[in-house]
Design a protein around this ligand. Structure first.
Ligand code: NAP
Ligand code: HSE
Length: 419
């Protein structure tokens, strides 16, 4: 018998308790032993919950319980969760977590602290999709050339609905929160940080690279409007929030941002809360992983897979996939050197000479325009929708600064990278 203590019994924790009960027979058959939740910890004991496990509001009740073999951390956050899992490991317990924010900051320290104890985190990336397993075990014979995909269910759900039904950003964010997809602070979702946390975890497994969120390019979907969505449709693109890791020579490029993708690409067709991640290995070629990226049951499915794995072997794998550091190592590519094609939306006063001044600034920054569209509006302003040939990030950023200074430019230009 394996006894589990869950710290954080909210959306995911409740699903873990329920699935362990609903699927008890098949889970025991696969694990070779019974798995039982002994107790759980929540913040507010007065909340009404439909749960038949012992609950406490003191993490020590789980961490110091000698009968508990596996501590499942589902409380979220970074530093408090770090303290909890450190104490669990110190007390000799295996740990399972779905907490990507914790791993984005502390994964290497946790690998060190775990030593021979199992520390598993399948649910931390792409909810129910077994992407950690695939990358760490299934593709371990390969040099990973790239990882690219939709890693945040909330943003994908929002962008899909905004595009298909024209609904407003605010109402659709509320819906994603009600469905249990969003983080407790949804800025993590819409600001791109949650996808970045996941990308950093995957990059460690793929490349052995220890990068922090502050070191990589992270942008969200807060500025996307129906104008951008209709430009995308007109030019055969879909807008998706993508996480991208690419090995170029001895450098790794890591970035998260809204992207225009050709509508015929498989990733462009992944809609709703679904996530989809393409991983290219030098020997296997392209592999694609698709499934529910958020939601209680899908995420709990991955959490329980980790508990079953621990019940079967009790052993630790190299947590981040490398038994020893890669010789020579790979370096993080500087953000300003990233190359891409770009789309810009510039709101201007609609008057003579505007277009020529704008195109001159593009040329002065070595940026070549591919397409240009002018959308007039009733208030004597117009949106210029411009796409570029491949350019360098620092040139684009400098060009945007120059454009912002023009007196006929009404607001900060919106930029979306074309992938
Ligand atoms: P949630 O619904 O907000 O649940 C969090 C739970 O933790 C609640 O039970 C809360 O107690 C408890 N809690 C929070 N702070 C605590 C503290 N200091 N001490 C004790 N208990 C505390 O969150 P969730 O959606 O289940 O997410 C949990 C984790 O899974 C997060 O790391 C999240 O990023 C990750 N994750 C979530 C999803 C998803 O689709 N939801 C998918 C993948 C990964 P109260 O109930 O009393 O408030
Ligand atoms: N808030 C996250 C998302 C949960 O929407 O993808 C899954 O990690």
């Amino acid at each position: 018998m394996i006894k589990v203590g869950i710290i954080g019994v909210g959306t995911v924790g409740t699903s873990v308790v329920n699935i362990l009960k609903d699927n008890q027979e098949i889970i025991s058959a696969r694990a070779g032993t019974k798995i039982e939740v002994k107790s759980g910890v929540v913040r507010d004991l007065s909340k009404k919950r439909d749960l038949d496990i012992i609950l406490s509001d003191n993490a020590d009740d789980v961490l110091n319980d000698p009968e508990i073999d596996v501590v499942v951390e589902l409380m979220g956050g970074v530093e408090d969760a770090f303290e909890v899992v450190k104490r669990a490991l110190k007390n000799g317990k295996a740990v399972v977590t779905a907490n990507k924010a914790l791993l984005a900051y502390h994964r290497y320290e946790l690998q060190e602290l775990a030593g021979d104890l199992a520390f598993e985190y399948e649910a931390s990336v792409a909810g129910g999709i077994p992407i950690i397993n695939a990358l760490r075990d299934g593709l371990s014979a390969n040099h990973i050339q790239s990882i690219m995909g939709i890693m945040n269910g909330t943003c994908n759900y929002m962008l899909t609905k905004m595009s298909a039904e024209g609904v407003s950003y605010t109402s659709i964010l509320k819906e994603a929160q009600e469905l249990g997809y969003a983080e407790s602070d949804p800025t993590f979702d819409v600001g791109g940080f949650d996808a970045a946390h996941k990308l950093l975890i995957l990059a460690s497994i793929a490349y052995g690279i220890d990068a922090k969120p502050e070191e990589i390019l992270i942008e969200g979907i807060q500025n996307i409007t129906q104008d951008d969505i209709s430009f995308a449709k007109e030019f055969g693109y879909r807008i998706k929030l993508l996480g991208i890791a690419k090995k170029i020579g001895n450098e790794v490029e890591l970035r998260v941002h809204a992207s225009l993708i050709d509508e015929d690409e498989m990733i462009a067709k992944i809609d709703g809360v679904m996530n989809g991640i393409s991983v290219v290995g030098d020997k296997v070629g392209e592999t694609l992983y698709y499934g529910a990226g958020a939601g209680g049951d899908a995420t709990a499915s991955a959490v329980i897979a980790n508990i079953i794995d621990i019940a079967r072997s009790g052993k630790s794998k190299p947590m981040l996939g490398f038994d020893k550091p890669l010789e020579g190592g790979l370096k993080l590519k500087a953000i300003e050197e990233i190359e891409s094609k770009y789309y810009l939306r510039i709101n201007v006063s609609d008057k003579a000479g505007v277009l020529s001044k704008i195109t001159t600034i593009f040329a002065n920054h070595n940026i070549s325009i591919e397409t240009i569209l002018q959308r007039p509006s009733r208030d004597a302003s117009a949106n210029l929708l411009i796409s570029t040939h491949t350019a360098i990030e620092k040139d684009i950023q400098n060009m945007i600064l120059s454009i912002e200074e023009l007196d006929f430019v009404n607001s900060k230009p919106v930029m979306i990278r074309i992938v």
